[in-house]
Structures are given as C-alpha cells and as structure tokens.
Ligand binder design. Structure first.
Ligand SMILES: Cc1ncc(COP(=O)(O)O)c(C=O)c1O
Length: 418
C-alpha cells in the first residue's frame, strides 16, 4: 500500500503525490511553462510518441506540473488516474465524447449546472447524440429512460442550483445492471464531503475552478477514472485499443488519447500550480464553508423577509434524509438558495450587501451572491426557467470562509434594506 493510501484525507490533500526529490527539494512543483520539450535523438522522440518510453513531448499532450495535479486528485478521489482539463466544462464534454457518439443516448439527472444543461439539451443533439433528462432524485425514471443505445448515466452530487441530492449508490447499481457507467460531477461536494467512487461511481468530473482552487484564481477541470468499469466490447467496441493499451484504465487512455489531445482541452500549467496551492487547505476550507452554510441557512430560515431556504442541511429539504445518509453528517455543501418577495427585492438585496461579492462563481473563500434568473439564465424562456426551478425571487449564495457572524450581519443589513 502506498503512503498516499494510509493517510487520512486531511493529510492526503497536503502530502499526496509530493515528490520534492524531483523538484530540487522544493516543497511545490515547478511551473513547467513550456510548450514542448527538447529531445537529443530522433530515436528517443519516436519511442516516446509510440508510448514505448515515458516522456514529455508537447503541452497539449502532457505536462509535468499538470501531472502532479492529476496524481494528487486521483489519490483524493480514489481513482487509478486523472486527466486535467482546461475547465470543468471541458471535463464534462471530454468524458461524454469519449464514451458516446452519434446514434447513442445518455441519461442524465435534470438538475445540472447551466452549461452542462445547454450542452446536453442543445449541443449534443447536433452531433446525433441524445440526452434524456430525468428527475434527478427519481430512480425509477432512470430505469425507464435506459435503452439499448444508452452509454452512460450522468448526475451532479448536489445539483447546481436546485440543491437536490441523488442516491449515488443506487444509481451505480442501476447503471451496472444495464452494463453502463455512472459519471458523477462532484464539484459541489468535493472529495472532502463525498467520494463517488467509494459508492460505486465509475468516473468523476470536477470543475477545479471552485473548491479545489478555492480562491477564484484559475479555471480548470479534471476527470478521474475509477478503473472499475469493465467496458464490455459488445457495447463499447471502440474501447478495444484502449483496453489493450491500458488494461487497468481503458477509459483514461481513451479520453486522453482520443478526445483530450485532439479537442485540445489543455490545462495551463500555471492554473495547475495555483490549484495545487489551493489543495493544501481544501479540508480546512470545506469544514468552515459547510459550518458557515449551515449557520446562514438556519438564520435565513428564521428571517421574516425570507420566504424559503433551499439547503440539504435543513430538515425541511426534500434531499435532507438522503444527504444525511450519503454525507454521513459531515456537512451538506456550501451552496444554498433562498427566496425573497420578488426580483426587485433580490436586486435590492444584492445591491445592499457589503461583505459578500456579487459575481458568477462558487467555491471561493469569499461569500458570493447572484440572482440566477437575471444572470446565467437571462436568455432562458420563462417555461424553461420554471422547469429548471429558477424563480425570479431566488438568490444563490456560495458561502465563504469568513467569520459566520460577519456573513450573517451583512445579510441582516441587506435584508433590512429590501
Ligand atoms: C457543478 C458544475 N459543474 C461544472 C461547472 C463548469 O465549470 P467551469 O466553469 O470550470 O467550466 C460548474 C461551474 O459552475 C459547476 O457548478
């Protein structure tokens, strides 16, 4: 057993895949800011290209700084390997493209981050790929939607921004019954709160831009392969080559060699470096993010101007019970939504906060507020916004790691102004 596997999670985030002996004894990896690497002989380059020798050729293929990040995150999620990508959306797109193609179907929970929703609902169909969207927590609907053509199931651990929590172990069971993999976007939970592979998921994707980075200083994504899915060739005939090249992780080989390299979804090494620094404090930050969110949710739920609060940590949430079981009381994430009287009240609230930042991101150390109806979803029709549970009276909060009393005091004065 490697040392990485013996440590507790809080130690792993700091020490997993540290190799200072390769970094001039530095405690952080260098930023290999180079597009390509020089070779002494033609024979050497040929062997690395052929995969007979390990080595770095060109940034779009592989980069030493990105490799460190990939190894660290694979260790944290309990996968056999990872591919870092230019953004969370690149991780989602690469994963789907590696598994499904024209004429295939995917089944996904309908509670999705906006761009994932648009990718599935509007973009994939242009390439002959159908995404069937089902009610995220209704397991029977996944069963009903699966056909011979279905190539994967996709869900978010905690839906953004609907905040619903599907039963991952049950979904993995359903997927495997039909010989298809379960792909989980674990961005909102982070592996500190939940590790989908331990519950049967086959592939995990993340936006690194959020909690991994933690400081809003870089954009990135990552795909982690559990190495557990058998990729039966009757159903996945084009996995043949990858199964030969990388029998322990055919998906990782396929997504990297066929999609990541050719689509060019490359992560900048500097962004990798910033994310590696962020990783050191992931456990500490998540604990504080989540205790702050619980306190803020309880405060908002008791405020006379707040019509409703949607957060899986509140007993009133329809997802409370499953979240409690699945996240074993560790927390319920750091995102919540709440309702005011109307859009005007929301705008007044947002214009009145002094500590919280009004911007389109989440998972930052600063508390962030946004009015999704008039921002990310501004070009959606009213029917679509209703279908996706984006009402005009809703504010989304990504709760930061400031002192909870200061966050509550800021919300108090902003609510007073509405
Ligand atoms: C759950 C989830 N998945 C994926 C993404 C996309 O990540 P990125 O902005 O890094 O492409 C986001 C962004 O907010 C997200 O919330």
């Amino acid at each position: 057993m490697s040392r990485d596997n013996m440590w507790m999670f809080d130690t792993k985030v700091i020490h997993a895949s540290q190799t200072p002996e390769e970094w001039q004894s530095g405690s952080l990896p260098p930023i290999y800011q180079t597009a390509s690497h020089k070779f002494d002989t033609a024979q050497e380059l040929s062997e690395v290209f052929a995969g007979k020798e390990a080595g770095y050729i060109y940034l779009r293929l592989r980069n030493p700084t990105n490799d460190v990040l990939e190894r660290k995150i694979a260790a944290l999620e309990g996968g056999v390997g990872a591919v870092a990508t230019s953004s969370g959306m690149a991780a989602v797109t690469d994963t789907v493209m590696a598994i499904a193609g024209a004429g295939d179907e995917i089944v996904s929970g309908n509670s999705l981050f906006m761009s994932t929703y648009l990718l599935f609902a509007n973009v994939l169909p242009r390439f002959g790929l159908t995404a069937k969207l089902v009610e995220t927590v209704e397991l029977a609907q996944y069963e009903q939607a699966i056909t011979e053509k279905t190539k994967l199931i996709f869900v978010e651990t905690i839906g953004n921004p609907k905040m619903d929590v599907p039963d991952i172990a049950e979904l993995a069971r359903i997927a495997h019954l039909h010989s298809i993999p379960l792909v989980v976007d674990n961005t909102l939970a982070s592996p500190y709160l939940f590790r989908p592979i331990e519950h049967g998921a086959d592939i995990v994707v993340h936006s690194l831009t959020k909690f991994f980075n933690g400081h809003g200083s870089a954009v990135g994504g990552v795909i982690i392969d559990s190495g557990n899915f058998p990729w039966p060739l009757e159903k996945y005939p084009d996995f043949k080559l990858s199964a030969e090249k990388r029998p322990d992780a055919p998906f990782l080989d396929k997504v990297w060699r066929e999609i990541h390299i050719n689509f060019g979804t490359t992560l900048a090494p500097f962004h990798s470096f910033l994310t590696i620094i962020g990783l050191d404090t992931l456990a500490l930050r998540m604990a504080r993010h989540m205790s702050n969110t619980q306190k803020l949710a309880e405060y908002l739920a008791s405020h006379k101007k707040v019509r409703w609060v949607n957060f899986p940590g509140l007993p009133a949430s329809p997802s409370h019970e499953i979240a409690q079981r699945q996240f074993v009381g560790k927390g319920y994430g750091a995102l919540l939504t709440f309702g005011l009287a109307d859009q005007e009240a929301c705008f007044k609230f947002i214009d009145s906060v002094k500590l919280a930042y009004h911007l389109a991101n989440l998972g930052d150390s600063k508390t962030l507020v946004i009015h999704p109806y008039s921002s990310q979803y501004v070009s959606f029709t009213d029917e679509k916004r209703e279908e996706l549970s984006i009402p005009a009276e809703m504010i989304r909060v990504s709760v930061g790691i400031e002192h909870p009393d200061d966050i509550i005091a800021d919300f108090e004065q902003a609510l007073e102004a509405t």
